[in-house]
Design a protein around this ligand. Structure first.
Ligand code: UDP
Length: 254
């Protein structure tokens, strides 16, 4: 990985220059952070699983007509993606009460919300990703009104589709975060789904037992974090063709 030019290193992923113009390579690390970077850890094998889970979900979404940045998986930890200009907002889709909304609005964790609720955060580590409204997004020009229309309709379609797909394997999609980007193709620019969709960015609860099978296992020190991610991959029928040594991901341990 050192031969390629690194363009960006985030908390859980690294972006490298791609093999041709307009492409990038997205590398999935085992690093995990929570609570605005105040908690750090390594979840062994997480990068391999998230690469595979995100590939699978993005491919299914492409099939139903949601455009994404995903091109193809390259290996255990890397995927080829189209280069996009990331819209600097996190779109949070909530079906059940969990996480920050529980505290903010005094809700009971696990209660179904009256309807699906969308929230937005301005992507800024410095500011701790503050929650903003659609008004802020369009007023400050982070996305146009037309782009927000696309983002909202894609977010709701992604939610409907993934809720059903996951329910079919005994998982409740409690909430999730997605990011979108602008893809330029000649004179044309359009909104596509970017980043990743994985147990790092979703809350997934077992429908029968309520067991958490996502990053909350790390956030709340519930233990067996990688087993949770593995269980999600197993239920989706996509456990990677990995050896225990590959899953150990020793190359990412600093
Ligand atoms: N989320 C995320 N990245 C963030 C913040 C939230 O992927 O920087 C996801 C989180 O995993 C959950 C959903 O978005 O599935 C809603 O998160 P919430 O606002 O409750 O924040 P949290 O309390 O998890 O920090």
């Amino acid at each position: 990985m050192s031969r390629r030019r690194q363009l960006y290193e985030g908390k859980a992923k690294v972006l490298f220059e791609g093999p041709e113009p307009g492409t990038l390579i997205q590398y999935f690390k085992d690093d995990a952070t929570a609570f605005n970077n105040r908690k750090h850890g390594i979840i062994t094998g997480k990068g391999v699983l998230n690469n595979r889970i995100s590939e699978y979900l993005m491919m299914r979404l492409t099939e139903i007509g949601v455009p994404t940045h995903f091109v193809r998986r390259l290996n255990m930890r890397e995927q080829l993606i189209r280069e996009v200009e990331i819209i600097p907002i996190e779109v949070i889709v909530r079906n059940f009460a969990a996480g920050s909304i529980v505290k903010r609005l005094g809700l009971r964790e696990g209660d179904r919300l009256p309807r699906t609720i969308l929230e937005y955060s301005f992507k800024s580590d410095e500011l701790g990703d503050p929650m903003v409204s659609e008004e802020h997004v369009t007023a400050f020009g982070w996305a146009s009104v037309q782009e927000m229309d696309d983002i909202i309709s894609y977010a709701l379609r992604i939610n409907d589709f993934l809720s059903g797909l996951l329910l079919g394997v005994g998982l409740r999609l409690v909430d999730f975060k997605v990011e979108f980007g602008r893809l330029w193709e000649e004179e044309d620019v359009r909104i596509v789904l970017a980043d990743e969709i994985s147990p790092d960015s979703c809350r997934l609860w077992d429908t029968a037992t309520g067991e958490r099978l996502d990053k909350d296992r790390f956030r709340q020190d519930l233990g067996k974090v990688e087993e949770g991610y593995q269980e999600v991959a197993r239920r989706l029928g996509i456990l990677p063709e990995a050896t225990p040594r590959d899953l150990a991901g020793s190359e990412t341990l600093q």
